[in-house]
Design a protein around this ligand. Structure first.
Ligand SMILES: [Fe+2]
Ligand SMILES: [Fe+2]
Length: 416
C-alpha cells in the first residue's frame, strides 16, 4: 500500500483498495469486471472503473454505478443556492496578470482527487519549477470545503483517513479553473477556499506577456442547473454573461502601453468544446467565436485522458484542441463512440500496469515553455516521461505551428 508522508494512504488506487478487502475478493471482482468489459463494451469499462473505485465510498459517491451512495451524496449537496459568481467589478482589478516573455506554465486537469497519481503529477510539476501553474478544474468528489482543503490545498482534515495532497505552486503564482465537480457542492470549496488561497479574485483570468495571452474561462458555473432537472436535461456549460463581457473588453480594448495586440491566444476551459469520444459543449465555441476569431490553441479537461486534436473549424475559430484531463483520476479508456469530424492526432493509450486486471491509461500533464514568440508544449506522464511535444510561433499575432505534434514515447499515437 502506498503511504503518504503523514503515514496515511492516498485515495482510490488499486493498492489502496486492496487493503480494504481481501485479495481474493478483489481479484474476483476485477476478473468479473474484465469479463464484463469484453462482453459489454462501454458498460464494461464502467464496471472496470467500479472495480478500482468501489471499496471507497467517497470516491464512488458520484459514480452512478453505486446508486445509493450517489443518491445520498446528491441529495446532501445539490440543494441550496450556488455560490455567487465572483467578478472584477468594483474590485479595482482587471483579471489580467503579467508573465515574463520567457518562462514555463504547467497545466494539469481533473487532478484534485487525492490519488497517488495526483501526488505523482504534482511532484513532477514541482520538479520543473514552473513560474505559473494552472489547474483545469474538478476537485473531487463534490468539491465541498473539506475536499478542497484535502485534495487541492493539501491541508489535513481532522478525522480523515486519507493523505492530503497539495497542488503544485508556481514560483510566481497559481490559478484554478472551475469544473463541474466543484459545482456539485454548489461551488463552496472553490469559491470559499481555493480562490482566496490562490489570491485569485474570480473564476476567469488572463495571463499574458508581450506575445501570448492565456485566457482561463469558467465553463463550470453553468454545468449544473436545477436538482433532478439537470439529470434529464444536460446543462450546456455556457459561460456566464459576466465572463463573456469581461472577455469582450479584454480583446477589444487595448490597454495603455500595450502596443503588441493582438497576441497569440490560448484558451483554457474545464469542458470540451468538442470531442472524438464524448458529446461536446458547442455553446462554448459559439460564445468565444463571437468575440474572438482565427486560430486558437484550446486546452480543456473533463475527459480523463490525453488527446491532441487535428485543427477543427467551428464558429469562426480554427481550434487546435488539446484534452489534458488525465491529471489525477484513474484514466479509463473511452467507450466505443467516435466522432470522425474531430479527429485525434495523438493520444496516450499505453496500458498502465496497475497490478490488477483493469485497463487504465497513464495520467499526466502539459508544460508550456514560452520564449518570446516561440512556444513549445511538452506532454508528460506521471513519471515525468516525455509523451509528445509540439512547437508554435506567432506571425502577425496569429499562432502558427512550427512543429506538428510528435509522439515521443512508444505506444503513443492516433486512436487504435
Ligand atoms: Fe473530471
Ligand atoms: Fe469535469
Amino acid at each position: 500500500m502506498a503511504l503518504g508522508p503523514d503515514g496515511k494512504p492516498y485515495k482510490t488506487r488499486a493498492d489502496v483498495d486492496m487493503a480494504r478487502e481481501s485479495q481474493a475478493q478483489a481479484f474476483a471482482k476485477r476478473r468479473a469486471a474484465l469479463a464484463a468489459k469484453k462482453q459489454l463494451g462501454k458498460g464494461g469499462v464502467e464496471a472496470a472503473r467500479l472495480a478500482v473505485l468501489a471499496p471507497n465510498i467517497p470516491v464512488t459517491s458520484l459514480e452512478k454505478t453505486n446508486k445509493l451512495a450517489w443518491a445520498l451524496t446528491y441529495l446532501s449537496h445539490r440543494f441550496g443556492p450556488r455560490e455567487k459568481l465572483l467578478t472584477y467589478e468594483g474590485t479595482g482589478q482587471s483579471g489580467i496578470h503579467i508573465m515574463a516573455d520567457t518562462g514555463t506554465v504547467a497545466l494539469y486537469g481533473d487532478w484534485a482527487s487525492g490519488t497517488l497519481a495526483a501526488a505523482q503529477v504534482a511532484a513532477r510539476i514541482r520538479e520543473h519549477r514552473p513560474e505559473h501553474t494552472i489547474h483545469m478544474g474538478d476537485i473531487y468528489f463534490v468539491g465541498d470545503e473539506d475536499e478542497a482543503r484535502e485534495n487541492f490545498l493539501g491541508e489535513d482534515v481532522p478525522g480523515s483517513p486519507w493523505q492530503a495532497v497539495a497542488f503544485p505552486r508556481g514560483s510566481q503564482r497559481s490559478f484554478a479553473l472551475n469544473g463541474n465537480h466543484e459545482m456539485y457542492a454548489r461551488g463552496r470549496g472553490y469559491f470559499r477556499r481555493v480562490l482566496p488561497a490562490l489570491d485569485q479574485q474570480a473564476s476567469f483570468f488572463a495571463l499574458q506577456n508581450d506575445h501570448w495571452r492565456i485566457i482561463g474561462l469558467d465553463s463550470g458555473y453553468h454545468s449544473i442547473s436545477w436538482p433532478f432537472w439537470e439529470l434529464l436535461f444536460r446543462p450546456d456549460c455556457h459561460l456566464p454573461d459576466a465572463v463573456v463581457n469581461w472577455l469582450k473588453e479584454l480583446v477589444t480594448k487595448p490597454r495603455p502601453g500595450d502596443p503588441k495586440e493582438p497576441r497569440g491566444t490560448i484558451i483554457l476551459t474545464h469542458h470540451q468544446p468538442f470531442s472524438f469520444y464524448e458529446p461536446g459543449f458547442p455553446r462554448l465555441m459559439e460564445q468565444i467565436g463571437a468575440v474572438l476569431g482565427g486560430p486558437v490553441l484550446w486546452f480543456w479537461g473533463h475527459e480523463h485522458w490525453l488527446s491532441v486534436y487535428a485543427p477543427v473549424e467551428r464558429a469562426g475559430l480554427e481550434i487546435h484542441g488539446r484534452c489534458i484531463g488525465h491529471g489525477g483520476m484513474p484514466c479509463e479508456p473511452p467507450g466505443q463512440k467516435r466522432d470522425p469530424s474531430c479527429p485525434i492526432l495523438l493520444e496516450d493509450h499505453r496500458i498502465l500496469d496497475t497490478g490488477a486486471q483493469v485497463v487504465l491509461w497513464p495520467n499526466g500533464y502539459a508544460m508550456l515553455g514560452f520564449d518570446g514568440p516561440e512556444l513549445r508544449v511538452d506532454y508528460r506522464d506521471a513519471e515525468g516521461t516525455l509523451v509528445a511535444h509540439e512547437g508554435w510561433t506567432l506571425r502577425e499575432g496569429k499562432i502558427v505551428m512550427t512543429e506538428a505534434p510528435v509522439a515521443d514515447a512508444d505506444g503513443v499515437g492516433p486512436p487504435l
